[in-house]
Design a protein around this ligand. Sequence first.
Ligand code: TPP
Ligand code: SF4
Ligand code: MG
Length: 309
Amino acid sequence: MSDETMYKHMKDLPSSRLLGTGTPMCAGCGGLLAIHQIYDILGEKTVLVNAAGCMTLLAVYPHTPFRGSWLYTSMASAPAGAQGVRDALDVQLARGRIKPDEDLQVVVLSGDGAAYGMGLSSTSNAIEQDLDFIYLCYDNEGYANTGQQSSPATPHGARTSTSTGPRGFGGHKKDLFAIWAAHRPAYVATVIGTEPVDLARKIEKAKGLKGPRLIIALSPCPTGWDFDPRETVEIGRLAVKTGIWPLKEYENGKVTHTKLPSRRAPVEEYLVKQGRYAHLFKPARNEAMLAEIQAGVDGYWAEVEADHG
Ligand SMILES: Cc1ncc(C[n+]2csc(CCOP(=O)(O)OP(=O)(O)O)c2C)c(N)n1
Ligand code: SF4
Ligand SMILES: [Mg+2]
């Protein structure tokens, strides 16, 4: 299926249908869009180890949209939970209690607050131990579940419930891709649910590898980013078209960009659609801040282009 056909299909699909019925998620949730596609590829032979966040609300006992296994952990300890599950599976395999074809893929599922912040030290240890697991981070750029506070993934200048001043969030989004790559894991990739072909290729690849693997899915969040749920697909596409969300992968010590926008759209086209950046446009345009954000994106791509010769 082409990207265009997929977009049309996504636009027609109510978000409540994305993962079974009765999910308590917001309409137009970009995280759910990505997880739905990823889970379709990973399949039911997975154990999801889910750190506290929006997606823990998907499984409310006794109901769950996941056809495989699911385990809840605290925010900081999902990779430690994954280690326990992997160890238990390995013991069962060694004792012949499960056959190799009954083995399960261990997948941490967490938001950016856990992946970029609270869970980072247990993640670092899991990578160092060469844990055989996939870490799937849906990155909605804030602590969404507890009221849209800033997280270490919040972009510079965005308004959150804890950065309400005229300049928005004063910090800068942490580079989780680089932090993981510095550990030399098996695989690291960025994806977005609105680029389904790129996403599918990367998940298929991650599924076939062993060792620590990270997937970071930028997840447009209508509630936290303040936009109409109908705009999720458009905002996701603009994140890639403006170059603010580079699609890339790391493998064998090398970073490859999987989609090089031939003519990048001005980043303003992405920002203006989101209420979290409204203070940059009204009551007066904040030219300095808009130029600063654009310069950050331009600087990133200038380095990429230099590397590509
Ligand atoms: C140690 C700890 N501190 C705070 C909380 C409260 N808490 C539950 S979910 C959540 C937000 C998590 O943010 P993120 O990981 O980005 O997931 P999202 O809510 O955005 O889906 C917080 C702060 C917690 N569960 N554990
Ligand atoms: S708050 Fe954002 S990430 Fe959480 S369910 Fe709603 S749209 Fe999705
Ligand atoms: Mg979050």
